[in-house]
Design a protein around this ligand. Structure first.
Ligand SMILES: Nc1ncnc2c1ncn2[C@@H]1O[C@H](COP(=O)(O)OP(=O)(O)OP(=O)(O)O)[C@@H](O)[C@H]1O
Ligand SMILES: [Mg+2]
Length: 267
């Protein structure tokens, strides 16, 4: 069997929460909230794993832990064969290169003072220091074309682009490192519906072309069903159901999944 690009075993992330005294509550001080409670998952090469669940169920915390942006309290995380959770804080460059992230808000995730050229050439300089300036220019043009933007845009700044175009730039930046997995945390939630569909089809095209895998988080079940090979339903930090989207959506086994499906407005 091929090694998955990502494997997570029994992951736990806790936050300290201050208890506020209300009425005659006997408890005070702090309590620990398990935002991620024993999550295990795997993503195969070129596959898309979707995660759905209501606000606050722990999706972003899970994705931040996978990106090593959030400390974990228990469990293990592997990129390929390498246990990245065994590294203390900063991972070696070659491991960081393999997993990249696209965030929900394309207005906040791109530095407004950098041109598109700088945004895309920076990861090239960091991860491919042997690449010369001419090749880097070529590569930036290739990346822009890959995400459906004109290479002529490279001298412009993020504010000159629409939300959908900015999300394309964020995807190009994730691809610059030749990542094997892109963690997308609500990548289309801030976009209007027609633009959402364009970004989803771009992600699918890139997946076919480059064989990149996605961890795709969204609260929109239809969007996840459209792109994911497998979907996990998350509830209060735990995975309560998993399977291929058609099966999970048509024959939900868990009461929480049935509630989630019932909450989708009928068209
Ligand atoms: N840095 C933090 N400190 C304390 N609690 C936190 C922190 N980050 C998240 N939490 C709590 O952990 C839980 C999970 O939050 P998380 O952001 O992972 O949810 P989510 O599923 O991404 O929600 P949404 O769909 O709204 O983005 C929530 O109860 C949240 O309040
Ligand atoms: Mg979130």
């Amino acid at each position: 069997m091929e090694t998955p690009v990502l494997r997570v075993e029994n992951l736990v992330v806790e936050f300290e929460r201050r208890l506020t005294r209300k009425g005659f509550s006997l408890r005070s001080g702090t309590e620990r909230l398990r935002a991620v409670n024993g999550v295990s998952l795997e993503i195969g090469r070129g596959k898309t794993l979707g995660i759905v669940g209501e606000s606050g169920c722990g999706k972003s915390t899970l994705s931040r832990a996978i990106m090593r942006l959030q400390a974990i309290d228990a469990g293990r995380i592997f990129y390929g064969d390498t246990e990245v959770s065994a590294y203390p804080a900063k991972m070696p460059r070659d491991l960081r290169r393999k997993v990249q992230m696209v965030f929900q808000n394309p207005y906040a995730s791109l530095n407004p003072r950098q041109t598109i050229y700088n945004i895309l050439s920076e990861p090239l300089e960091i991860h491919f220091p042997q690449m010369n300036a001419a090749r880097r220019r070529e590569r930036v043009a290739e990346l822009l074309e890959l995400v459906g933007l004109s290479p002529d845009f490279s001298a412009r700044f993020p504010h000159e682009f629409s939300g959908g175009q900015r999300q394309r730039i964020a995807i190009a930046r994730a691809l610059a490192t030749e990542a094997e997995l892109i963690v997308c945390d609500e990548p289309v939630s801030a976009l209007d519906v027609s633009v959402q569909a364009q970004i989803i089809s771009l992600l699918k095209k890139i997946r076919e072309q480059l064989g990149v895998a996605y961890l795709f988080i969204a609260h929109d079940l239809a969007v996840v069903g459209d792109i994911a090979d497998e979907v996990l339903v998350m509830h209060r930090g735990e995975i309560v159901e998993r399977g291929c989207p058609d099966t999970v959506y048509s024959q939900p086994q868990h009461a929480y999944t049935r509630n989630l499906l019932a909450a989708v407005p009928a068209i």
